[in-house]
Design a protein around this ligand. Structure first.
Ligand code: GRF
Length: 213
């Protein structure tokens, strides 16, 4: 069985979706850079090991990443899932776990990398928005894409209503990607494109119902 750890910074709803909906993975620990992250209590309640590597306790990004890498290495995971983990990782850290770090990002990458994706999608007037699961590379929010889900942007949307519609899809596609990894079906081509064996497409459209008008 493939193993994994999950990195969080906050409420950890994507972490919960992974743990509950990807039973084929051995989740060995949940790590947070914030001691107050609400998701830690949920993980501990599920009997998972939890660790805090507080970024504020480290003088540099490199020192934090070295401590984080050591904490991860103690669990020898096959995969590291970033789930609302709000720290930019150094290239040195990412190179230690080649094709093994995954992230969920709340936009249809390559559109809207970075923060405040829902506000920016509304400002741009896009009619489709969504979420992306991708492998992590040193380029922020730009690694090989495993799966995406799209949702409509409705005229009445606020950043909060749009975020909620996207989050429901995040909770669906991140466990989907984890199950594919657990089944050994995911490869990355030399050109950096993900192939999922046994499925015709590796893009998963999910359009939630439109309003009646
Ligand atoms: C999610 O929308 C994730 O995509 C983004 O931050 C949010 C974290 O939510 N990076 P949670 O902690 O998983 O509930």
């Amino acid at each position: 069985m493939k193993s994994a750890v999950v990195l969080i910074s906050g409420r950890g709803s994507n972490m919960q979706a992974l743990v509950e909906s990807a039973p084929g993975l051995d989740f060995r620990a949940v790590l947070s850079n914030r001691p107050e992250a609400a998701g830690l209590a949920w993980a501990a309640g599920r009997g998972l090991a939890t660790r805090v590597v507080d970024h504020k306790a480290h003088a540099s990004r490199e020192a934090f990443d070295a401590a984080l890498a050591a904490a991860i290495d103690a669990f020898s995971p096959d995969y590291v899932f970033l789930a609302g983990f709000m720290r930019i990782l150094t290239p040195g850290f990412i190179d230690r776990f080649p094709n093994a770090i995954l992230n969920i990002h709340p936009s249809l990458l390559p559109s809207f990398p970075g923060l405040h994706t829902h506000e920016r999608a509304l400002e741009a007037g896009v009619r489709l928005h969504g979420a992306t699961v991708h492998f992590v590379t040193p380029a922020l929010d730009h690694g090989p894409i495993v799966v995406q889900a799209a949702v409509p942007v409705l005229d009445a949307d606020t950043p909060d209503t749009l975020a909620a519609r996207v989050l429901a899809q995040e909770h669906r596609i991140y466990p989907q990607a984890a199950r594919w990894l657990a089944q050994g079906r995911v490869t990355v081509t030399p050109a950096g494109v993900v192939r999922v064996s046994g499925s015709g497409v590796s893009t998963d459209w999910a359009i939630s119902p439109r309003d009646p008008s």
